[in-house]
Design a protein around this ligand. Structure first.
Ligand code: PLP
Length: 727
């Protein structure tokens, strides 16, 4: 009780500090700043930016921070600016309409069985909602963030559960010698749009569980993502043992034990939190295996009420669905059996009416002698009524990968389906292009996202000139961004002023620009491009038709091989002949990703097949009219139609038919660049417009937007998975 009082007191102080009284004409900004809806609303980010552009940058685009830090003078200037007042009012009106429960939505007519009392509970270890909320590492988190936004836009009742990480994911800096350095920042909960969940008496809600033989308490924070609430569990409360407070420390930063404990917190703690909130989910969606322990907690609720484990598991299966994201066995989360037993404790295992051996067998691929690792994917496969991969191809790969778990069935009969990933258009489309879509597709272009016919007709109304103009402006913005970023990065790492200033002349907005940004991991084959460095150099330094590259990506701190790859690339681009034509942007995050995908001409993707489960960055590029130059893996076999981008690799060869896939793919990549990509880009008419290129851009938009947006994805999940199965 003593402890609760202390938290209460400090929270009250916090409230006094943070709620600064805004002038009446701008009061709506307070309300808007608490809901991430602003981040994908038309003019939303711009309204907060224009309040005070400098503070906006200092605050890393976090409106809560801007409202606190903006000077009184600046605030009053904007509060008396009629044009600005009108923009704020318009944004607030749109928000109120959006949040009004009476507003008609897709889910009201198509998914009325999913209700606020019985919503979808969406569990994930990471959520990439916005750069200011650093609780994601890459694709999985960004996908989860986009899922929430589309669920919100579609009016689908959904609550999300994840973990709060006080140090987030690591941030990347490159040293002068090209080696990556990692550092962690500390989030400031007072400056973020997160509110502590409280009970009816206003006391912060605490859930309790046994972990590693100790009682651990967790509080929960609520983040509003449009109509969706995202709850983040946090063990950094005073009554916890010091070690247990660190569970909410780093995303994917700790050792195996920390990871196991984090995942137990997510699964077991997440279910207990929903119970305390009075939410009775119709479906639990396990987005990747990290949250698979939730199925055990649901089973325990039933076994402690007297059911056998088998009967409990049957009931759990009826309400749980699982999405797997990894196409290789080694990529799946696994723990030493002793570690899992240690985390849960014997009392918990006994309360499931299981012997330790039976318990451990739930995580085995084969029910063997108990020496196997405990895998979260086998657990999820056993305890969920539905499993899906994230592209058609990944579905097929997953059926083969987990075949052993389904004895007596052929690979084709393995019950793993697929829902192909999509991305949230209002988040990823550049404002300038969005304005063009509003004109040519319709003011409600985002609600028409899945309508193929609509996009075909709408894109036909876009003129070559206007599309090229928008794209060209975006490229100028990209070049300015890169120069700015590079200039400051060089100064920061102690380069001479001359070297730093040279960055301000790097890159050419007229040159063909290729983007390559992704996690630095062996299977992504960063080095493929450098397979024949001289041939590449010829392309880049061509006097008439040059080629330039922008790179970004983080190497996992413990992955020495990946760091080596990065180092090699950074060394390569220091070659004076190409130093102005290759830039590495450090600290790849959602913001950097947005800058790149909105502006590049071409997006390169060369994973080793079949290791790209889906990939989503290429989908973001296509939405902005960029062209994909990619190996046929992940989502691209479903997207590529011969007119809307390029496919790398000998498409007549079947997988595994060549012993030297790298050489084959590299040859194909260079050939495509030399004979297709470069000629099409530089072939201009009298007005300087590359007509053939613009045709391809239009084909990409018309064919790929309706198929690879996250509204389509969430609709598919709803109709094929959430509403399916027993109930
Ligand atoms: C979209 C995105 C990803 C995922 O992209 P891939 O195509 O899977 O590489 C990763 N990181 C960030 C920051 C993104 O925005």
């Amino acid at each position: 009780m003593q402890m609760l009082k202390e938290i209460e007191v400090s929270e009250t102080e916090t409230e006094v500090q943070t709620s600064r009284a805004l002038p009446e004409s701008l009061r709506a900004l307070e309300r808007l700043s608490w809901n991430y809806w602003w981040s994908w609303a038309a003019d939303g980010a711009a309204v907060f930016r224009d309040l005070d552009p400098e503070t906006w940058e200092e605050c890393e685009h976090n409106p809560r921070c801007v409202l606190r830090e903006v000077s009184e003078f600046r605030l009053m200037k904007m509060a008396t600016d009629p044009a600005y007042i009108a923009r704020v009012a318009r944004l607030a009106d749109t928000f109120d309409h959006y949040m009004n429960p009476e507003t008609q939505t897709w889910a009201r007519t198509h998914a009325s069985a999913i209700t606020h009392a019985n919503p979808v509970a969406y569990f994930c270890a990471e959520f990439g909602v916005h750069t200011s909320l650093p609780f994601y590492s890459g694709g999985l988190g960004i996908l989860a963030g986009d899922h929430l936004k589309s669920a919100s836009d579609l009016g689908l009742p959904l609550v999300a559960v994840g973990l709060l990480y006080h140090h987030g994911y690591f941030r990347q800096r490159l040293r002068r010698d090209g080696w990556q350095e990692e550092h962690y920042s500390q989030i400031d909960t007072e400056r973020l749009p997160m509110q502590l969940v409280r009970d009816d008496e206003g006391v912060p809600m605490l859930i309790e569980m046994q972990l590693r033989g100790r009682t651990v308490r967790a509080q929960a924070w609520r983040v509003e993502v449009g109509r969706v609430n995202l709850y983040l569990l946090d063990t950094n409360v005073e009554s916890n043992d010091g070690v247990d407070r660190l569970i909410s420390g780093h995303l994917y930063g700790g050792d195996r034990e920390t990871r196991c404990v984090q995942e137990t917190l997510l699964g077991v703690g997440g279910v207990r939190l929903l119970r305390r909130l009075g939410v009775e989910p119709r479906v639990f969606h396990l987005n990747e295996g990290h949250s698979a322990f939730l199925t055990l907690e649901l089973a325990r609720e039933l076994t402690t009420a007297g059911r056998s484990f088998a009967a409990a598991a049957e009931a759990v299966r009826a309400r749980c669905v699982f999405t797997t994201h990894t196409p290789v066995a080694a990529g799946h989360d696994e723990f030493l059996p002793g570690l899992v037993e240690h985390c849960f404790g014997h009392e918990y295992i006994a309360s499931l009416s299981l012997t330790p051996a039976e318990f451990l067998a739930l995580g085995h691929i084969k029910a063997t002698d108990g020496t196997d690792l405990f895998g979260l994917t086998p657990l999820a496969l056993r305890m969920c009524r539905s499993t899906n991969g994230v592209s058609r191809k990944h579905g097929a790969v997953s059926r083969a990968l987990w075949h052993e778990l389904f004895p007596g069935r052929t690979v084709e009969e393995v019950p793993i389906t697929s829902v192909t990933n999509g991305v949230h258009a209002p988040t990823w489309v550049a404002p300038l292009l969005r304005a063009l879509y509003e004109q040519r597709i319709g003011p409600n272009w985002d609600e028409l996202q899945c309508d193929i016919e609509c996009w075909a007709q709408g894109v036909a109304r876009i003129t070559d000139e206007e599309l090229w103009r928008v794209h060209h402006l975006q490229k100028q913005l990209l070049v300015a961004f890169m120069r700015h970023q590079q200039y400051h990065a060089r100064l920061q790492r102690g380069e001479s002023p001359e070297v730093a200033e040279a960055a301000l002349r790097a890159f050419d907005p007229e040159a063909l620009t290729i983007g390559f940004a992704r996690r630095v991991a062996a299977y992504k084959r960063w080095s493929l491009l450098l397979h024949d460095a001289e041939r590449l150099m010829r392309l880049m330094t061509d006097k008439e038709r040059p080629l330039q590259f922008v790179f970004a990506g983080k190497a996992h701190p413990q992955d020495e091989g990946a760091k080596q790859i990065l180092h090699q690339l950074v060394q390569w681009k220091l070659n004076p002949q190409i130093i102005h034509r290759a830039i590495f942007i450090q600290d790849y995050d959602q913001d950097v990703a947005r800058q790149l995908v909105q502006s590049v001409d071409v997006w390169l993707n060369v994973p080793r097949r079949p290791l790209e489960a889906s990939g989503t960055s290429g989908e973001k590029v296509a939405m902005n009219g960029g062209l994909n130059l990619s190996v046929l893996d992940g989502w691209w076999p479903e997207g590529y139609d011969g007119t809307n981008g390029w496919a790398i690799g000998d498409t007549t060869l079947r997988e595994g038919e060549t012993s030297d896939e790298d050489t084959c793919d590299a040859e194909s990549l260079y050939q495509l660049l030399e004979t297709q990509v470069v000629p099409a880009y530089y072939e201009r008419d009298a007005q300087g417009i590359p007509r053939r290129w613009v045709q391809m851009m239009k084909r990409a938009i018309a064919t790929l937007v309706p198929a690879f947006n996250s509204d389509r994805m969430v609709r598919d999940y709803t109709q094929q998975i959430y509403l399916g199965g027993a109930e």
